[in-house]
Design a protein around this ligand. Structure first.
Ligand SMILES: Nc1ncnc2c1ncn2[C@@H]1O[C@H](COP(=O)(O)OP(=O)(O)OP(=O)(O)O)[C@@H](O)[C@H]1O
Ligand SMILES: [Mg+2]
Length: 310
């Protein structure tokens, strides 16, 4: 249904009690993931990604706030039956073959006996692992093991996949293979929510993304929304004495002859600033738009917020 939410977090908090004292992992986290999107979940180590994911799966209890999957409270059978999960650190029974282990996951996911073989076949085909169905897990490369991880998350035919650090430690080819798999899953209207430390990957594949820091949402939106709003306009001009007196943001350009000055502006301020400079008798020498990548935005946000608090 259009506008329906696959994931909703509202003012989620989580405080761990440890021997070192309390650790506030989540501090009022809000998040909405829409049905049918590929959503990237970004944050530095310790930002709170896995904690919020575990709460969504009912593996950990929130201290306060709400977490829902397709409108069902996290941790209930109704919510759990709608989600397939790949944990951050997945360990498998290495001596089993791909198909043996996948059958077990299918049964654990509640697939009726008669459908187990069919569901396993579809899942393995979806992740392009059908040719290795008789290999032992121990024989698979890390990239293929992660594909198996997606297959076991898919085998119960859930409408939502939550994949915690799907591509960590994989080579660029294996990362790209997984990205292609996610895109094919979206075409089947499966919502994909994954955490990642690779900004280029999130930029390449996600419909929307969120950056969290210190257990709080910092920004959320499409990649253009996250990056273009932070575009800067850099202006280099020959300033009149009047402009120098009235525009304190002008900085001398040290490596240029001819007494040039520079200023960096938010895109929304640029037109008015240029008009004012012209009125004050300046001569514009250069005007560049500085595009920001998601990585730039990530650094800006996390630096502005300071180091993580725990
Ligand atoms: N079981 C736990 N007991 C105590 N503290 C915990 C526990 N799990 C996580 N934390 C703390 O909660 C904070 C958030 O951790 P979390 O694992 O959710 O972050 P993350 O964003 O997934 O990080 P990473 O990118 O390293 O996986 C960190 O300060 C972490 O040390
Ligand atoms: Mg984590």
């Amino acid at each position: 249904m259009a506008g329906e939410l696959a994931i909703r977090l509202q003012q989620l908090t989580k405080t761990y009690q440890t021997r070192r004292g309390k650790v506030e992992a989540l501090r009022g986290l809000d998040l909405e993931v829409r049905v049918g999107e590929i959503f990237g979940y970004i944050g530095v180590n310790g930002a709170g990604k896995s904690t919020s994911i575990k709460i969504l799966l009912g593996l950990s209890q929130a201290t306060s706030g709400q977490a829902e999957i397709f409108g069902e409270p996290a941790g209930t059978l109704a919510a759990r039956s709608k989600v397939g999960y790949l944990p951050e650190v997945a360990t498998y029974h290495e001596f089993m073959t791909v198909e043996e282990l996948l059958r077990i996951h299918a049964r654990l996911a509640g697939v009726p006996d008669k459908q187990v073989e069919e569901r396993c076949r579809i899942s393995l085909e979806s992740v392009k692992l059908d040719h290795r169905r008789r290999s032992r897990i121990s024989e698979l490369s890390k990239g293929l093991k992660q594909r198996f991880g997606v297959a076991q998350a898919l085998v119960g035919d859930p409408p939502l996949l939550i994949l915690d650090e799907l591509t960590s430690g994989l080579d660029p080819f294996a990362q790209r293979d997984l990205r292609d798999i996610l895109v094919a899953l979206r075409a089947r209207n499966i919502t994909v929510f994954f955490s990642s430390h690779y900004m280029s990957e999130v930029e390449a594949v996600c419909d929307r993304a969120a950056i969290i820091h210190n257990g709080k949402l910092q920004v959320c939106g499409t990649i253009p929304e996250l990056t273009e709003n932070r575009e800067k306009v850099e202006l280099v001009l020959q300033a009149s004495p009047q402009a120098l007196a009235e525009l304190p943001s002008l900085e001398p350009v040290s490596d240029e002859v001819g007494e040039l000055h520079r200023v960096s502006l938010g895109r929304e301020d640029a037109d008015a600033f240029v008009a004012r400079c012209l009125t004050l008798g300046c001569s514009i020498r250069r005007l560049n738009t500085v595009q920001h990548s998601l990585e730039d935005v990530f650094y800006q946000i996390t630096r502005a917020q300071g180091a993580k608090k725990s």
